[in-house]
Every structure is written in C-alpha cells, then in structure tokens.
Design a protein around this ligand. Structure first.
Ligand code: SF4
Ligand code: SF4
Length: 457
C-alpha cells in the first residue's frame, strides 16, 4: 500500500506524548544511546518536552551518535540549477509561475560550462535542481543532463555522483532515471499537513497532495533505492512535520527495505513574491531540537543543510548531527557562470566560496569529504543500511574522506591549504580503527600524492 498520512493520528501521537514524565524521558534517551532509533511516540515526547536537562542530554547524545556512526567527516556537494521553468504555484518559491521573470533552461554546452566551474572548485557530487514543466523541461532533458555530467572531465576533475531533485513523476520516468544511473532521488514533501499543503500549492501538478506523497513509492517500485526527503520547516507546525517524516521513513523501511537515505533540513526563507508574515518561522533553538531529535530517531540517515543557514548556525547544527553540507553554492540557473543578481529560488545566508567552507570545516577539526564511494560500490538502499546499522560505515567513511581530501589538496590547494589539510590527514589516519584499512589508506594517500586519482574503498 502506498504512503498515506492521517493528520488526526499524528496530532493524537503528539498530544499523547506531551508532558512525558522525567522517568519516561530518561528511558527514551537511554534507548537512544543504543543507536537503535526511536518510535514515533518517543519522537513526539522529545519534540514536546520542556525539560532543559533532558534537552542538554539529547544534544549530547545526538553529537555522539554522529561521531560514532560517521566519524568526523562532512560530505560536500553542490546544487546545480538547470531550469527555472515551472508550472506550479508554490507560495514560498521564487520560481512559482506567479512570478514574472525571463525563464531559462541551460543548454548542454552551458551545463558543461557550469560543471567545469564546479569541477574546478573540486566538487564531485552534484544535486540537479529543476522546476516542473513537462514542455520546457521534459524528462529527456533531465536524462541528457545526467549523461552530460557523467561524461564531463576537466583535467583531474569529474562529477562522480549526480543526485536529482525534480518533481514527483511516473513509474516510467523513475525507471528511466534509475537506468541512467542517478544517485539519490530527492523530493521534499514540503509539508505533511494536507490543508497547509493545499493552501501553499494552488496550481499545477504539484497541487495534488497524494500524488506528491506517494512519489517515493513509485520511485522505489521502479528500482530507485536511495531516496532523500525533506520538509520546508515553517509552513506548518514543526512537530507535526517531524512526525510526518518519521512515519514516511517507517513506511518505506517496512515496504521497501530501506527508509530515507538522507533528510534535508531547509527552513523557510524569503523568496520573491512571498509575505513572510503568513508563516510561523522556526526559531534557532527549536531548529536545533529538531535536528537533534531526527539525528537520534534515525541514526543511519544522512542529514543535510544548505546555504540557507548562516555559517554560525551550520557550525552548531553539524555538532548536532548534520552529515552533509553544500559549499560555494549558487541557487540560480546558470549562476556559477554568471553569479548575477536576482532570479534566485531563495536567498542564501552562507555565501562563502567552496574553499572557504572547506577551510572552515578543517578549522573545526572536521574532515571535508568528496566521497561518492557507496554509490559506486553498489552500497545503496538496504545494502547501505545494513552496513550503516552494523556500525561499519565509519570504517569506510573516514578513509574515503581522507583520500578525497588529499586529492583536493593536491589538485586545488595552495601551500597553506596543503599544510593544513596534510596535518589534518596525518592526525586522522591513526583514528582508522581497522589496521588493514589504515595501511591501505596510508598507501593510497602516497599514491594520490604521486598523481593517482579516484581511489576509494
Ligand atoms: Fe516550482 Fe519547485 Fe518552486 Fe514549486 S518549489 S514553484 S515546483 S520550482
Ligand atoms: Fe557517504 Fe559511503 Fe562515502 Fe561514507 S563511504 S561518505 S556513507 S558515500
């Protein structure tokens, strides 16, 4: 059966869990420390509690789960906006068909141009973004874009994983996307609250709540086993949205053997034609609670934040469980080439170039990673989840992070950068627990310094 959501049931869970006793909260957090995930009711208790000491403990556990499961690596990616044609009317988006501006879709030559710039920044992992318009941006265009990107190589630079964020579509189109080798299929539900969904999506195919909600069922039935979810925090009550995500994750896990590969955590921010007074924005404190709760509820799911968040906020959220960030991002079509004013889908808060984001991560003693190994080794869907749940993912994440950072420093770093990255690599190699893996990584780092590329485990 496809995904459904019963709003009154969600509200019942939230109401039933509100005011959980200290003993109950202790017991939930004790279980969270075992990295086994949490039930929807547990999640509701954490989202509704008002105990400062339990909140502090939850933050500590979230940080430890991230460290234990993924180590200190942070995966980097870049969005690539290829088309801003859109037939939908989403109230929070600058690409809404309500807004008048000259729309465009990149040609394959322009896509190569954007990819070249991204490759020169060192990016290996992209997320393609496009509005929905079957005439101006049909599925064949998206398929050509993916093939073009995988074929692109500039010097030692190449795109190794292409994730796709496009509108809910048919089984047939999902099969085509699967066959062309997409990484993760990303689709934000925006809100799990149907009346809010209807109010904020007034026209176009996306206004069909059920079709949108069941997109991952069609995608997974069609062979796509890595799907990435998200809601736009601020459209409706954040507690409801987190529960919606958890129930959706559980539905996919029970029916297809793997829940979300990633959850993106965007907060509503200002876009063209939007009145912010219509929305209840999520405060920084509540946002931290949301990130920590999701981290401990689904310990094996990657969590992503984008440049919507400021550098200071990103720093705090990484400590609470975020495992992937974008860097040097442009959120407009053709934006890497032009970096022109206007035409953005939303406003970015972190404008730093990719190398500054990487330096900043290293200053924080985090290891920036350009790894794409799991996808290329066939570790997707349930195969990925079983490796993650066995606690062994860290044994490949850290070696791959160190090898890709070494590649990056050799190809794009100046002397200062190489010094800083080299020291970080040296400090982290002894942290690889498995002796054979430690030796292999040391050997591979030497080979990368001598000119070999694309080594991964
Ligand atoms: Fe179009 Fe997506 Fe923006 Fe909605 S959110 S208007 S579907 S680009
Ligand atoms: Fe991601 Fe797998 Fe690489 Fe770890 S090893 S960073 S999970 S692709």
């Amino acid at each position: 059966m496809d995904m459904t959501i019963d709003a009154s049931r969600v509200e019942e869970i939230l109401a039933g869990a509100a005011g959980a006793s200290d003993a109950e909260l202790d017991e939930i957090l004790d279980r969270a420390e075992g990295f086994k995930g949490l039930s929807p009711r547990d999640v509701a208790a954490l989202l509704t509690m008002d105990s400062a000491s339990h909140m502090e403990r939850m933050f500590r556990i979230a940080g430890r789960i991230k460290e234990e499961i993924y180590g200190s690596r942070i995966v980097l990616f870049a969005p690539l906006y290829v088309s801003d044609y859109c037939v939908n009317k989403c109230a929070y988006c600058g690409y809404s068909c309500n807004n008048e501006f000259t729309r465009r879709r990149l040609t394959m030559d322009e896509i190569r141009g954007e990819a070249e710039i991204l490759e020169r920044m060192g990016h290996k992992r992209l997320a393609i973004e496009a509005g929905e318009d079957p005439v101006n941006c049909p599925i064949d265009y998206i398929l050509d874009t993916i093939k073009t990107l995988y074929d692109m190589k500039v010097g030692t630079g190449e795109i190794r994983r292409v994730n796709i964020n496009i509108a809910a579509t048919t089984d047939e189109n999902y099969r085509k996307l699967h066959d062309v080798g997409i990484g993760t299929y990303i689709l934000f539900q925006e809100t799990y609250h149907e009346p809010t969904y209807r109010r904020t999506h007034k026209a176009g195919p996306k206004s069909n709540f059920n079709y949108h909600l069941t997109a991952f069922d069609r995608a997974m039935r069609s062979g796509i086993d890595d799907v990435g979810a998200g809601v736009l925090f601020g459209l409706h009550d954040w507690r409801f949205e987190v529960l919606g995500l958890m129930l959706h994750n559980r539905h996919l896990d029970e029916n297809y053997g793997a829940g979300f590969h990633t959850i993106s955590m965007p907060r509503l921010c200002k876009a063209e034609g939007m009145d912010m007074s219509d929305y209840e924005l999520l405060s920084d404190e509540d946002f931290k609670r949301v990130v920590a709760t999701v981290r401990i509820a689904v310990p094996y799911t990657g969590m992503i934040i984008s440049t919507r968040e400021s550098a200071a906020m990103r720093k705090e959220l990484i400590r609470l469980g975020i495992s992937q960030v974008s860097g040097g991002s442009s959120v407009e079509v053709g934006g890497y080439a032009s970096r022109i004013e206007g035409g953005e889908q939303f406003t970015v808060a972190d404008n730093r170039p990719a190398i500054d984001v990487i330096r900043w991560l290293m200053d924080e003693q985090l290891v920036p990673s350009f790894c794409t190994a799991c996808y290329r080794k066939g570790r997707t869907g349930d195969r990925f989840m079983s490796l993650a749940k066995s606690g062994n993912i860290k044994n490949v994440c850290l070696p791959n992070a160190l090898m890709t950072l070494c590649e990056y420093m050799m190809d794009y770093g100046d002397d200062d950068f190489r010094k800083q990255a080299g020291a970080l690599i040296g400090k982290n190699i002894p942290k690889i627990a498995n002796e054979k893996m430690r030796e292999l990584t040391t050997e591979n780092i030497k080979k990368i310094k001598q000119g070999e590329r694309d080594l991964f485990v």
